[in-house]
Design a protein around this ligand. Structure first.
Ligand SMILES: *[C@@H]1O[C@H](CO)[C@@H](O)[C@H](O)[C@H]1NC(C)=O
Ligand SMILES: *[C@@H]1O[C@H](CO)[C@@H](O)[C@H](O)[C@H]1NC(C)=O
Ligand SMILES: *[C@@H]1O[C@H](CO)[C@@H](O)[C@H](O)[C@H]1NC(C)=O
Ligand SMILES: *[C@@H]1O[C@H](CO)[C@@H](O)[C@H](O)[C@H]1NC(C)=O
Ligand SMILES: *[C@@H]1O[C@H](CO)[C@@H](O)[C@H](O)[C@H]1NC(C)=O
Ligand SMILES: *[C@@H]1O[C@H](CO)[C@@H](O)[C@H](O)[C@H]1NC(C)=O
Ligand SMILES: *[C@@H]1O[C@H](CO)[C@@H](O)[C@H](O)[C@H]1NC(C)=O
Ligand SMILES: *[C@@H]1O[C@H](CO)[C@@H](O)[C@H](O)[C@H]1NC(C)=O
Ligand SMILES: *[C@@H]1O[C@H](CO)[C@@H](O)[C@H](O)[C@H]1NC(C)=O
Length: 554
């Protein structure tokens, strides 16, 4: 099976054939190309891991994407080399695949900080179930990626990790909140990485970094052991350079299965358990698909920020039509993200209790605040200008919980149920396979902007719908963006249709070939012979003045 995908994967590589000194080229490497190099004896697992560490050490200053490296990564690689020499040709689906985790996934061997200075020493005693599953499948955790602090916005700036920079445009943010993962994956600092998504956060970094991601249906992947925001909206998922790698990563992450510590996992239908999203990838077709184009999720006002998105979407729609898909305009005024966010967002009710529960757990070791109030009274956090109601200590105790203002939380939940039904009606009435729309109505915002405006993630977040995000184009090149700024599209499906959405994305990948390496990331970095994993220091000196550290709540 490994070999079956070899030709496809190689033909997608935007780079010429590898010219590195060793037998493994980390640039644009995929799970299949890494396994191929290992299987044919061209490389060792130590060399695979060392080649990514060498890139991170040399190139991380371009994006400031990494918070910490895993001191055990090389010894795990050595163990896997020993396993490779002694085994009989079988290994886990992520054997020796270097990955980066967004730094809100609990790891028992590295602190889990959420990018927050107050959590710099916070040390879970157990891996999150999804992390344990990734390790069991052979993945090697290289380290942790920066994020928007505590995953609360989409600019990817944090008090611990500083500002992460977009690898395609040095003047822009990488989207977020999983922006460190997005920037790192786009720059080939790992094969793929993990993100979380409460409103937009797996999709915005995919869109802004020319990558693929999957936000799965609520319940598919246990969220236990991940720094929470919202029971209703939180989701975990993979971000990768190819659909194949998203599919394999999703298969492994979903294999946690039912987890009593996240009761939404009980919702997974029997037939969905154990799905191998990789094995059915080639079975789809664009011919005959009915795709609803959500008109309300565009900004048609002409501007240098909106025009590239509208042009890329027009070209995408034309290509999909030409390939045999039917595009159905969806014009209902219900699909207005600002209106939905203003009336139905559940974060403000759910954050405090989820976060307190996370911080209070006896299994959380290391020095850390034990409540959200304690976190915010220490002044070791970043303040974003449009501060959220639910993290403002002057407001939270009276408003932001599920029992206070019970009436309004109940009304919001009813509204979410209504929206979910209305979405199902849109699918049924129009006979749709999926909805499509730009992830962001404008290209990703510049560093120093007050918020990541124009994103359309709230519909899937509230309804728990699956979305696969795909790259659809670039803006025109500029002095700071030699390849242009990446543009992404969401493909939203009915619950549990990840398999279909990934098949659509796979067809798109073969048809459009949109993936490009950031110019500076094409550099061939000599592989160092490490005796130990180097340490990395995030650049906190680059935090925009607009985001002061530690003045929230007065
Ligand atoms: C990163 O560091 C290298 C030297 O190690 C330097 O040549 C390069 O200009 C730096 N890049 C940025 C964006 O700071
Ligand atoms: C050989 O493969 C089998 C089945 O996958 C496995 O149970 C066994 O442990 C392997 N043997 C070695 C030496 O790795
Ligand atoms: C599901 O879990 C959440 C969070 O732990 C909890 O608030 C809720 O009461 C649980 N629901 C049920 C029906 O057990
Ligand atoms: C649409 O784009 C224009 C021009 O960039 C901008 O001024 C306006 O705020 C945008 N509208 C919305 C709803 O975001
Ligand atoms: C991009 O460049 C093309 C060709 O040079 C030009 O026609 C188009 O107007 C430009 N688009 C934008 C949004 O600037
Ligand atoms: C969408 O909702 C916002 C906020 O409620 C409103 O200001 C705006 O006019 C609506 N847009 C459209 C196109 O109806
Ligand atoms: C929730 O808000 C209510 C009403 O203000 C308050 O009495 C209660 O203590 C709050 N609960 C928590 C867990 O903060
Ligand atoms: C939800 O729908 C019901 C039935 O149509 C309606 O009575 C109710 O007002 C709606 N609630 C919200 C919050 O939209
Ligand atoms: C927090 O809320 C209080 C009360 O509304 C307000 O005065 C203060 O400006 C808010 N703080 C921030 C940082 O938004």
């Amino acid at each position: 099976m490994m070999y079956a995908f070899k030709t496809i994967v190689l033909s997608l590589l935007p780079l010429a054939v590898a010219t590195t000194s060793n037998g493994f080229d980390p640039r644009e490497a995929t799970i299949a190309s890494t396994h191929h190099s290992l299987d044919t004896g061209l490389t060792t697992c130590r060399e695979v891991v060392s080649s990514f560490l060498s890139r991170i050490e040399r190139l991380n200053n371009h994006t400031n994407a990494i918070i910490s490296l895993n001191p055990h990564a090389l010894s795990i690689a050595d163990q896997q080399d020993a396993q490779l020499r002694s085994n009989n040709g079988s290994y886990g689906p992520l054997f020796c695949i270097p990955i980066l985790l967004k730094d809100n996934y609990d790891t028992a061997d590295i602190p889990t900080t959420g990018g927050n200075l107050a959590l710099a020493q916070s040390q879970p005693s157990k891996d999150a179930p999804v992390v344990a599953t990734l390790k069991k499948a052979g993945a090697i955790i290289l380290g942790k990626a920066n994020l928007h602090e505590l995953a609360l916005e989409g600019l990817s700036v944090s008090s611990l990790g500083g500002q992460t920079i977009n690898p395609y445009d040095s003047s822009r943010t990488p989207g977020g909140s999983s922006g460190g993962t997005g920037a790192a994956v786009a720059s080939s600092f790992c094969v793929w990485g993990t993100g979380t998504d409460t409103v937009n956060s797996l999709r915005s970094p995919a869109s802004a970094n020319n990558l693929y991601s999957c936000r799965p249906t609520r319940g598919l992947i246990s969220r236990a052991g991940v720094v929470p925001i919202s029971y209703t909206q939180d989701a975990l998922g993979p971000i990768a350079r190819s659909v194949e790698d998203v599919a394999t990563a999703l298969t492994v992450m979903a294999s946690v299965g039912f987890d009593a510590d996240d009761n939404t996992t009980a919702l997974v239908p029997a037939g969905t358990y154990g799905t191998n999203y990789m094995s059915s990838l080639t079975k789809g077709s664009l011919k005959g698909l009915r795709l609803g184009l959500v008109e309300g999720f565009f900004n048609k006002t002409t501007s240098p920020e909106n025009d590239p998105v509208n042009n890329a979407m027009a070209q995408t729609v034309a290509k999909l039509r030409k390939a045999g898909a039917t595009i159905v305009p969806i014009t209902s005024s219900l699909y207005n993200s600002s209106a939905i966010l203003a009336s139905l967002d559940t974060q403000r009710f759910e954050y405090r209790e989820s976060m307190d529960a996370y911080l209070e757990r006896p299994s959380l070791g290391g020095q850390h605040p034990s409540t959200l109030n304690e976190l915010y009274s220490g002044h070791d956090y970043l303040v974003i200008p449009s501060q959220y109601e639910y993290v403002n200590t002057s407001l939270v105790s009276s408003t932001a919980n599920t029992t206070g203002r019970q009436g309004s939380y109940a009304t919001v939940k009813q509204g979410v149920a209504n929206l979910t039904l209305a979405l199902a009606e849109t699918f049924t009435a129009n006979g749709l396979d999926a909805l499509i729309y730009p992830e962001q109505t404008n290209i990703v915002v510049r560093v120093g902007s007050p918020s990541q405006s124009g994103r359309q993630g709230i519909l899937a977040a509230l309804t728990g719908s699956p979305v696969v995000t795909i790259p659809v184009g670039f803006s025109n090149a500029t002095a700071t963006a030699p390849e242009g700024v990446p543009i992404g599209m969401e493909i939203l499906g009915r619950p549990w249709t990840e398999e279909k959405l990934l098949q659509i994305a796979y067809q798109w990948q073969s048809l459009a070939r949109v993936r490009k390496t950031p110019s500076w990331a094409k550099e061939v970095v000599p592989v160092k012979s490490y005796t130990a994993v180097p340490s990395i220091t995030p650049n906190r000196g680059n935090i925009p003045a607009a985001y002061p550290v530690g003045t929230l709540g007065g």
